[in-house]
Design a binder for this molecule. Structure first.
Ligand SMILES: CC(C)(COP(=O)(O)OP(=O)(O)OC[C@H]1O[C@@H](n2cnc3c(N)ncnc32)[C@H](O)[C@@H]1OP(=O)(O)O)[C@@H](O)C(=O)NCCC(=O)NCCS
Length: 160
């Protein structure tokens, strides 16, 4: 049974471990975090949803504004999503994304967006199946693993 809850500061080390376990050049634009990274150094636990199975965090999704601009306040982004490889394909990410949609609505957002690497087929399929559509593609935006990779901008309209 998977449940979703807001993060608490004590989740930090486990969330870093989840991120490290799922990191690859297929899904990340920053280097793999060190084990002692402070997960909450740049974000609040209030902006992170944790998926739990039997009391153990098995995934997380971050929420944040894409820019600090007042005129962009109606937009939230999914910023970071990872699920324990031992729990893949069991609907954990779908629950996290739906919880992020519900939280974005609760905060009054009109749109929930995200950025996903062009080659990250699993994540792209997940987001598409959760109602996100491609709004744009930044061609060959990143050089990762020896290749130029597209950055795909997707979003779900929450205004209706
Ligand atoms: C992408 C990721 C979060 C998916 O997590 P998950 O819990 O396995 O996904 P779910 O079981 O909820 O799958 C939901 C849907 O996503 C798609 N999906 C997930 N894994 C897939 C795979 N291996 N191949 C194809 N589609 C896949 C499917 O549409 C799936 O629905 P279905 O099972 O009914 O067909 C996970 O693979 C992961 O942690 N990847 C590394 C980190 C990452 O890429 N994060 C996203 C950065 S933008």
């Amino acid at each position: 049974m998977i449940s979703i809850r807001p993060a608490v500061p004590a989740d930090g080390p486990r969330l870093v471990a989840l991120d490290r376990a799922t990191w690859s050049v297929e899904n990340a634009v920053v280097p793999r975090w060190a084990e002692d990274t402070d997960f909450f150094e740049r974000r609040s636990p209030d902006d992170v949803l944790v998926a739990e199975r039997d009391g153990r965090p098995v995934g997380y999704a971050g929420l944040g504004h894409p820019t600090p601009l007042e005129c962009n306040r109606h937009v939230l982004h999914v910023q970071g999503l990872a699920v324990d490889p031992a729990c893949h394909r069991q609907g954990v990410a779908r629950k996290l994304v739906e919880a992020a949609v519900a939280e974005a609505r609760r905060r009054g957002a009109r749109k929930l967006g995200l950025r996903v690497l062009g080659g990250n087929e699993r994540a792209r399929a997940l987001y598409a199946s959760c109602g996100f559509v491609v709004e744009g593609v930044l061609r060959e935006e990143f050089f990762l693993g020896g290749r130029y990779v597209d950055d795909v901008l997707m979003a779900r309209d929450l205004s209706r």
